[in-house]
Design a binder for this molecule. Structure first.
Ligand SMILES: Cc1cc2nc3c(=O)[nH]c(=O)nc-3n(C[C@H](O)[C@H](O)[C@H](O)COP(=O)(O)OP(=O)(O)OC[C@H]3O[C@@H](n4cnc5c(N)ncnc54)[C@H](O)[C@@H]3O)c2cc1C
Ligand code: SF4
Ligand code: SF4
Length: 331
């Protein structure tokens, strides 16, 4: 890269910040446009999942990243804003932004990277599981703040005696419009169970599951079983919140059953953002069969991170760096 080039990064989550830092290191001038008031995306709200030892959740891979981006003189961060239009040729673009102060323009852009991330399915949107009441019921994302804020007495005010995890919640199913494995929920739920077990050693776990993610996690589940977890292979049909919360399901051996738990965790996965169609239009991208974004070969416009497909923190960071290098290479 001979002259200073201006790169637009859309989305200031992990992928956006990792790529921006890399490109700034390579000599580019980077403008990040983030729709929320702060950068960091999902990971910024996640807690460490160590029990007596590190459980390799990847959260500390982001250590110093957000501060580094905000302090970097080669990176401008525009928050609470969206790109509404990108015009130009394949070597120079101008972006029109909707900001709290009104329309703003970023001109002379040589390349753009879309890192708008993913969406949670949310308890209300499951096609399979009927959910009535929220007491004692939380999605994986809703449990993250408790993991993050936990003190020496653990993440909860009272020690739970039994916790159910419902795996593949909103994943691996055509009806949920997500016929793929979300890759992250087997690992984060077993890490959460380890943290809970660490603080409340009498707690027992039940995992309702359809599939377990590939061989890499088989040992994790064997370990959980050795800690007293049991596994039921089925997709539950109903969760009723309360004290206790209950799960109804068809047991392959025993027929229709209902079991009570102090807490039910819906292990939600990674879903394409509902407004991906709009990003596809603005940036000249296309949607894949699941609704994730894909570059259309338009020169200078790339996609990275979970806007593209489900990825872990480590995978997202790696993908963002590869995309940053590809853009730098093109300039
Ligand atoms: C419950 C849960 C727990 C998880 N726990 C782990 C874990 O322990 N370990 C692990 O490795 N992975 C975990 N993951 C996966 C992890 O969340 C992702 O790998 C990571 O967040 C991906 O980062 P990203 O930058 O691609 O997306 P995001 O974190 O979603 O960031 C996208 C950013 O883009 C912004 N944005 C979106 N649309 C626009 C727009 N139109 N204009 C401007 N900005 C926009 C968003 O506000 C956000 O800041 C977990 C996932 C879930 C659902
Ligand atoms: S944040 Fe995750 S990777 Fe870092 S120490 Fe904690 S468990 Fe280990
Ligand atoms: S990671 Fe595990 S829980 Fe998540 S969709 Fe894949 S198999 Fe299901």
């Amino acid at each position: 890269m001979k002259n200073l080039k201006k790169i637009l990064v859309v989305g200031g989550g992990l992928a956006g910040c990792a790529a921006a830092s890399r490109m700034a290191e390579g000599g580019a001038e980077v403008v990040i446009v983030e729709r929320e008031p702060v950068i960091g995306g999902r990971v910024r709200g996640y807690g460490c999942k160590a029990d007596a030892k590190c459980n390799h959740c990847g959260v500390c891979l982001t250590k110093g990243l957000w501060k580094g981006v905000l302090k970097n003189p080669s990176i401008e961060t525009i928050v609470s804003s969206r790109v509404v239009d990108l015009r130009g040729t394949d070597t120079s673009y101008d972006a029109e932004l909707d900001t709290p102060g009104g329309r703003r323009y970023v001109t002379g852009i040589s390349g753009a990277l879309v890192t708008t991330g993913f969406e949670n399915i949310g308890a209300a949107r499951s096609a399979h599981l009927q959910i009535e009441g929220t007491e004692g019921v939380a999605t994986g994302s809703e449990l993250e703040p408790a993991m993050r804020g936990r003190g020496k007495n653990g993440p909860f005010a009272a020690a739970p005696k039994s916790v159910a995890f419902i795996q593949c919640f909103g994943s691996r199913d055509k009806k949920e419009r997500s016929n793929y494995c979300s890759r992250v929920c087997c690992a984060y739920s077993t890490r959460m169970a380890r943290v809970i077990r660490h603080h409340y050693p009498d707690c027992r776990f039940t995992f309702f599951y359809m599939e377990l993610q590939a061989a890499a996690n088989a040992d994790v589940f064997a370990e959980m079983r050795s800690l007293g977890a049991d596994f039921v292979k089925c997709r539950p049909s109903r969760v009723t919140g309360g004290r206790p919360a209950s799960v109804e399901y068809d047991d392959p051996a025993e027929g229709r059953r209902r079991r009570d738990f102090d807490m039910v965790v819906l292990s939600e996965g990674i879903h394409p953002a509902r407004d991906n169609w709009r990003s596809a239009e603005v940036f000249g991208l296309e949607l894949d069969e699941n609704g994730f974004l894909r570059a259309r070969g338009k020169r200078g416009v790339h996609v990275a991170g979970t806007a593209k497909r489900p990825m872990t923190i480590a995978e997202t960071r790696h993908d963002a760096i590869l995309a940053a290098d590809a853009i730098t290479e093109e300039l």
